[in-house]
Design a protein around this ligand. Sequence first.
Ligand SMILES: C[S@@+](CC[C@H](N)C(=O)[O-])C[C@H]1O[C@@H](n2cnc3c(N)ncnc32)[C@H](O)[C@@H]1O
Length: 267
Amino acid sequence: MSDTPKSHGRKSIRATLQPRELITPTPELARAWKAQVITLLPQAFPGVLGESLTGRALKDGLWSLAPVDLRPFGEGKHRNVDDTPAGGGAGMVLRADVMGRAIDRAQDSAPRGAPLIYLSPRGRRFDQAMAQRLAQGPGVTLICGRFEGLDERVIEHYGIEEISLGDFVMTGGEIAAQAVIDACVRLLPGVLGNAESAVEESHSSGLLEHPHYTRPAEWQGRPIPEVLTSGDHAKVAEWRREMSERLTATRRPDLWDRHLKSQRDKA
Ligand SMILES: C[S@@+](CC[C@H](N)C(=O)[O-])C[C@H]1O[C@@H](n2cnc3c(N)ncnc32)[C@H](O)[C@@H]1O
């Protein structure tokens, strides 16, 4: 098996502007946001990222994806990637030397300045602000753990940032990696059309989004709130703001407190 990262997306993308691309009408493609994913399950990618908006953007070259298969970096005939935990205990741990080789290989083809991130339930909780920060950079190199996770020395040696999807434990980092990539890719310029603007949605303003309605006008005896069919745009905007605030205050007091504090700081 080859250890060359298999790339999804437009084949013409390069990390730097080459002379040929300087004369193409779309040289910005050379700087497309790049996601590299170190994983024992490279076949799980692009997965759902190959569908719908993210899939179209991948085909259009707005971003690129390079899964890096961990297995070929393994030890011995069987390419072992894990071993028993030092000090005893259940489960297996991904070996530092094996992961180190995979990271070095991935770093060779990472855009300069792309952060190295380990998906981990111990990490900082992923949120929209992180997605915005990552989407504004050149890309990410994500490490998917399996078993009990990574040898700690790898995290220390490379200064790896740990990101968690939430306070629960999954069997591996692949689903978390796809969630992080999806949240970032949809913020890249040109990925969402006007119809799917990211400006007004939940978390972009620090508040949860207002409820949505569409046809039929009445369903199961439930009509659409009258204001939404009034044609009065100012009233609709006011209703949506009120609903957004009410939902945030009742469902997420933590977000609501932060919102009130930022309003006070602005005043
Ligand atoms: C079974 S988990 C390891 C859990 C680890 N022993 C612990 O208690 O923190 C295997 C891998 O799944 C991934 N994973 C599990 N839950 C996650 C979460 N909430 N967020 C991000 N990654 C997660 C991580 O990459 C982790 O290394």
